[in-house]
Write a protein that binds this ligand. Sequence first.
Ligand code: BDP
Length: 578
Amino acid sequence: MLYPQSNPFRQTIDLSGFWDFAFDPEQRGYSAGWVRGFADARPIAVPASWNDQFEDGRDYLGAAWYQTHFDLPLGFDPGLQKICLRFGSVNYLAEVWLNGECLGTHEGGHLPFEFDVTARLQREANILVVRVDGELKPDRVPPGNLTTDMQDVATHSKYPNYPNASFDFFPFCGIHRPVLLYATTREAIQDVTVITDIVGETGRMRVTIEHSTSTLARFTLRGHGANIVAETHANEIVLDVPRAALWSPDAPNLYDLIIELVRDGAVFDRYTLAIGIRTIQVAGDALLLNGKPIHLAGFGRHEDFAISGRGYNPPVIVKDFALLKWIGANSFRTSHYPYSEQMMDLADRLGFLVIDETPAVGLFFVESGLERRLELCRQYTRDVIARDKNHPSVIMWSLANEPRSNHPNAKNFFRNLFDLAKSLDATRPVTVVSNKSLEEEAFEFCDMLCLNRYNAWYHDSGQLDAGSVALAKEIDALHAKFNKPLLMAEFGADTIPGWHAQPPEMFSEEFQAELLDQQIHVLRSRPFVVGEQIWNMCDFKTGQSVRRMGSMNYKGVFTRDRRPKLAAHRLREIWNSK
Ligand code: BDP
């Protein structure tokens, strides 16, 4: 799925701004005809979560209605073009009407969806209505509000959150990413897949395009001294770049690949992609980038900020990359759902290695609803790969976080998902992030093991040394059993900024710094450990529970407003003295 662009052959407008909004707890909207527009609305910012924009919506996850009006700008011509309406992410379920006609529904947040609206547009006064339903249900992914029989196998802990999610972050709702209207020619390029390889000093790009006519396609590759032009009537071409400038965190070299469709000598469509030439593979106990072992240093993170919630927030993205650079990190995982496309573009540009995770968090495997959960996970896997397959920064797909998969149904579930991921992308390793360790059914299929462990925190609480000894023992056993490289995907400690203790004590800044330091030491003394990603980069909002003071997870190395805790300085020393 291509991100919309603007150029002489494609036009895009962003419908973000202040929309009209109404909560609908009594489900009046349908019968009152809100699909054609509604009065008594309050203003809301789009994109952003609704929860923290008002005084009465924080814990409301039910139905709510959005509407906006727009005219069609010059350059948009439904008579000649194809015009689509694209949502970057709506949590959780979206139902969309344009000028009173239903365009369709979409289930699942964090991934884009679009509708062809060519035949439904008016030149002026279009009215777009979106009903969003954010309710937590056992048969949704991620799930919530589990029934008692499911609780035993599925809940995160015996202290449920309110709202009752089966995951540890606030279930923000709303239109979370930009809503775009874009026009292309009717015979436009539909999709592009670029696979890169390295042959000696030559960078090789295999480019496949999808479009509806068998016309001439022209490929121009520019950057780093290259200016390569090639043409074909086929839908695939191989471009060789002599003495290629490879992409890596130290040198995130990107080329511009300009793809044009040509008829009778005239260009009628163009799409430009930033391409990084690199390879990624697991070999023995190592993770190889461009054939050389790479060690991942970084974080799990969240799209989370005060007031905007999970909404697209460009300054926070820029700030986070600045902090990642400052601290010496080279990687992050998109825990626990795909991040915005804009964040992925910047990861390419700034040279970060990304483990791209689907929204499959809190999975459990009791029969009831299992098939539906699998179907949703398959949809998420397909959609994230379709969206992010061309990013050099994406080095691995994570198909789930902490599934409750020490269960007989888990193996077939994951066999199915892994087969799907591999059939869609044979070039990247695939993993699942687990806290089940030796009992993890999915590890059999993983190219690399990703382990979450809270030693000296949830286990051996307060005992730094015992926590480190247990960690060493556990990862050695994992390696002995599975014989695969391992990434420590989560470890850490809640830390109240400004709270100090000597000797270090839980919740103090000293404890977090010491825990991370000691456990990184254990990890780095094992050659099969290919990286450490700390939980979490920043403090983030959760539901309310006795484990979460002020509805916050305080495992951030930075505060929610991005101030460093003591551990940030310690990590900066460790990660800069490699
Ligand atoms: C892990 C989860 C993560 C939580 C973390 C914690 O993967 O989402 O926030 O624990 O408890 O189990 O802080």
